[in-house]
Design a protein around this ligand. Sequence first.
Ligand SMILES: Nc1nc2c(ncn2[C@@H]2O[C@H](COP(=O)(O)OP(=O)(O)O)[C@@H](O)[C@H]2O)c(=O)[nH]1
Ligand SMILES: [Mg+2]
Length: 266
Amino acid sequence: MGTSSADPPPVLDFVVPVYNERENIEAFLRQVKTQVEIPCRVLIVYDFPEDNTIPEVTRLASLMPFEIKLVENTLGRGPLNAIRAGITASTSEAVIVTMADCSDDLGDVSRMYACYAQGADLVCASRYMRGGGQIGGPLIKGLLSRVAGISLRLLTGLPTMDATNNFKLYRRQVLETFPVESQKGFVFALEVTVKAFLGGFAITEVPTIWRDRTAGKSNFRLLQWLPLYWRWYWLAVRARGFGLYRSIPIPRKSESPPRSKLQDPM
Ligand SMILES: Nc1nc2c(ncn2[C@@H]2O[C@H](COP(=O)(O)OP(=O)(O)O)[C@@H](O)[C@H]2O)c(=O)[nH]1
Ligand SMILES: [Mg+2]
């Protein structure tokens, strides 16, 4: 949809999980159109053929200047498997995971891409660094995510205050080095970020402002998914938090650039 097969491959794929986002998908695609200057492709990942996002995407595809690919998630329902399915279908060297509910500010993409172009392997859009923010959403969810992000930064030296935010840019090598073990929820970002950190990849962050959706319904199940975060939080704290457990075997990047070479983009 959108472009012919003779076009060069996009430099940036967006992986966008959707669950009945009929009310948001047009605004989302228009934001990609107006805010993203980098040649890109959008992979919309749905779980079942009756998802009400699909007809909207089909209707809008020819109106967008970038390619849109509808990807069926056949790995099992839920956002985490949808993100995995989207990443499997992606082909670009840089992959951004973002949400279809217009909560992420796509105006931050150029800055994220600039960090990647300067050598970052993983660029985290960060609500909790200076200049970032979080507007709306359930109080307890926001609070837990803030405490997790900031404490992980302070305890382990992980170079972002917002490891749990799924709005991130990944260099393909990061995604290929670490098979994702989690199976449910939105814990994808935290798992890959912790593994990339312990594996010596270059990580940086740029500020972002997250706004709660104004249409449709959140599918986030706080109580059910919360325990999934602990495993990765604890892995990072054990490995780096106390300086006592450095011998935990972690897959390492083959020729990893020193993380310190990366300048803070701010
Ligand atoms: N494929 C798929 N996408 C989902 C699922 N649940 C949520 N999403 C998508 O993931 C993104 C964020 O979901 P949302 O429910 O708003 O979570 P929240 O932003 O944390 O409240 C949106 O683009 C949703 O459409 C799911 O079960 N399957
Ligand atoms: Mg949302």
